[in-house]
Write a protein that binds this ligand. Structure first.
Ligand code: DP6
Length: 371
């Protein structure tokens, strides 16, 4: 993992930070975090302004699908715009590097240590690179954690409850869904009157969730592992002029009004009905945008059909959701795992590309991995 560096060796004497820095911060020029992805039950779809969501969203934090990122900071010979050197699984990744450079320069005014700094960023995902799984939530939250950790060290501050709130806000600026990866097992982003402290700027953990959701299982069926034809960012943009925009925003609020009490009481049926309605709404919005597009594949629909048929036949609580892609998340409580796992193996796995699946479950949020 990230090497610890001696600040005195690295910062030029004229650095504005050297004098101001506390002794405690001197071994903290690097940080490394593991941060999970999350699966939205009520979907964030459509945004405005500085990464502000058009509607509130709620997600389950995952456990096995995570990104590990380390950031090491060293001074530039002539202090100026931050420089970024980015490696993904040890290799250059120009596409994501470009996004990170944009993100880092956007954070310059928020994180003063970035000015005059060369950032060496090394990142890797726990899930296969070619799984077709969107990784911006885990990647951007892991990066935001590292960057704020280093800023705190420069400022001589220790991590407190405020730290994660601030990271959530910074992560949101990198990718909206990333702000919901900071806490487990369930996070809400957006202002909802029934949740005190909920906010449009950051995600907050939902505290009083029924235990059945803290151990919720999520088996991700990799129906297609190719690059998506239309990115989520482009999809959000298409919502600006969408004919159903207002109705969608109202629907997300209504869904949360019903979902939050259901998740407190452990009402799986209501949870499942909303998860599925949200998934289908998301894709219906894509199909009815201008221009329209379809990200589901034939096997996405076949998996949905089989899940619903199995549920009807066996009266088991097993539901699906989709993110902005063809892959299917199969959600079920731990108590049904024995029977559901057999069904997944026999009826759903053959629908996956190269039989690829990721077996995941609700998780507890990020962990620091450098000591
Ligand atoms: C369908 O967070 O990936 O997964 O803010 O442009 O980075 P940007 O978008 P992103 O959108 C996620 C969309 C979604 C729903 C959700 O996670 O809530």
């Amino acid at each position: 993992m990230a090497k610890r560096l001696d600040l005195n060796q690295l910062l030029p004497a004229e650095s504005p930070y050297l004098a101001a820095m506390s002794a405690a911060a001197k071994d903290k020029l690097s940080a490394a975090w593991r941060s999970p992805s999350n699966i939205a039950i009520v979907k964030y779809w459509g945004k405005h302004g500085e990464q502000m969501a058009d509607n509130p969203s709620l997600s389950i934090t995952l456990s096995e699908a995570y990104t590990e990122t380390s950031v090491t900071c060293r001074p530039q010979s002539t202090p100026g715009d931050p420089e970024v050197q980015f490696l993904f699984d040890g290799q250059p990744q120009p596409h994501f590097e470009k996004r990170i450079i944009g993100y880092v320069s956007r954070l310059r005014s928020e994180l003063p240590f970035l000015t005059g700094c060369v950032l060496e960023i090394a990142s890797g995902n726990a899930f296969p690179h070619s799984a077709g799984i969107a990784s911006s939530a885990s990647a951007m939250s892991a990066l935001a954690l590292c960057l704020l950790e280093i800023q705190y060290a420069f400022d001589g501050r220790t991590r407190d409850a405020h730290f994660f709130r601030e990271v959530s806000r910074l992560a949101r600026l990198g990718s909206g869904s990333a702000c919901r990866s900071l806490y487990g097992p369930v996070c809400l982003w957006g202002e909802v009157s029934s949740v005190p402290g909920s906010s449009a700027e950051i995600a907050v953990p939902i505290q009083d969730i029924h235990p059945v959701f803290a151990t919720m299982q999520d088996c991700i069926l990799i129906i297609d592992d190719g690059q998506k034809e239309v990115s989520s960012s482009a999809g959000h943009t298409l919502m600006r002029e969408h004919l159903f925009r207002d109705a969608r925003i109202a629907q997300a609020h209504r869904h949360l009004d019903v979902l939050l009490p259901a998740m407190r009481t452990g009402d799986l049926e209501t949870f499942g009905a909303i998860a599925e309605a949200e998934a289908l709404t998301l894709h219906a919005l894509m199909m009815t945008s201008d221009p329209s597009y379809v990200l589901m594949r034939a096997n996405t629909l076949e998996a949905i059909r089989r899940i619903r048929a199995f549920r009807g036949e066996h009266a088991l609580p097993l539901y699906f959701t989709l993110d902005a892609g063809p892959n299917v998340h199969v959600l079920y409580p731990l108590s049904s795992a024995d029977r559901v796992v057999l069904f997944i193996r026999d009826a759903l796995r053959p629908l996956c590309v190269d039989r690829k699946m990721i077996v995941d479950r609700a998780g507890t949020g990020p962990v620091r991995v450098d000591g």
